[in-house]
Design a protein around this ligand. Structure first.
Ligand SMILES: Nc1nc2c(ncn2[C@@H]2O[C@H](COP(=O)(O)OP(=O)(O)O)[C@@H](O)[C@H]2O)c(=O)[nH]1
Ligand SMILES: [Mg+2]
Length: 240
């Protein structure tokens, strides 16, 4: 029985998708893969269709236009829920996340974690090929989120994750409006607040060697503003 759906969001990842998909197939041969492509102008969607035609474990969800990482994952989660998968995996297409970590992450989920985060900021975790300021932004964002949201998660913005699908079902996914890093923060924080079990597994994040990042300062600002607003709202609720 196939239990795990690996969701790979893509926007202009033609140079890295095939390698990443091959590495996922090798690391977790029993898993299915769902590529969620937002009509990439570089032809990533067509490449994904070719990969899917050659391998029944691979499927492609085509969306009409670029609509953000959060929306792409929500569409993927809908598939995981509708098809009855036990686990849904988030992984970047650009090679930053090593699929070879998935068996260890899955083992933590089998041990009872509802969310397993591939974490750069726990002992044993690391980041390769990032300039100091990118590391500083990630560390500061995580520290800020931990304090403001009273979270215990060390890498709450991380995008390499295994979710128990039943935990995703517990959340009202239609309520999730945030994008980018903030989308990851919101999902993890909602699960933590509602008493779900969260585990962090150390990973080495390797910055992409090809293609371009889609993240920009607006996404960092969104995270800062939303996290601050949630923190204030939670404090006010806690006092009343
Ligand atoms: N479907 C879809 N995927 C996206 C979108 N934005 C980013 N991605 C994918 O999300 C993953 C992470 O994006 P990336 O730009 O590498 O972010 P960074 O690693 O934080 O710089 C990659 O696989 C991207 O192709 C989007 O709007 N739609
Ligand atoms: Mg990247």
């Amino acid at each position: 029985m196939t239990e795990m759906l690996v969701i790979v969001p893509t926007y202009n990842e033609i140079e890295s998708l095939e390698t990443l998909v091959g590495r996922v197939r090798q690391s977790v041969p029993e898993a299915d893969i769902l590529v969620v492509d937002d009509a990439s102008p570089d032809g990533t969607g067509k490449l994904a269709d070719r990969l899917a035609a050659a391998d029944p474990a691979i499927r492609v969800l085509h969306r009409a236009a670029k609509d953000g990482l959060g929306k792409a994952y929500l569409a993927g989660f809908d598939v995981a829920i509708a098809r009855g998968y036990r686990y849904a995996v988030e992984i970047d297409a650009d090679g930053s996340h090593d699929p070879a970590e998935l068996p260890a992450m899955l083992a933590l989920a089998e041990d009872g974690a509802d969310l397993v985060i591939g974490s750069r900021w726990v002992p044993g975790g690391a980041v390769r090929n990032w300039p100091w300021f990118r590391k500083a932004i990630s560390r500061a964002g995580n520290t800020y989120s931990r304090v403001v949201l009273r979270s215990r998660i060390q890498d709450i913005t991380a995008g390499f994750r295994v979710f128990r699908v039943s935990a995703l079902r517990d959340l009202d996914l239609s309520q999730i409006a945030s994008q980018g890093y903030c989308f990851q923060v919101e999902l993890a924080w909602r699960l933590e607040r509602t008493g779900h079990r969260i585990a962090e597994h150390p990973i080495t994040f390797v910055e992409r060697a090809t293609g371009r990042s889609k993240m920009h300062s607006g996404i960092v600002l969104e995270a800062l503003l939303r996290v601050t607003a949630w923190g204030i709202a939670a404090t006010v609720r806690g006092r009343s």
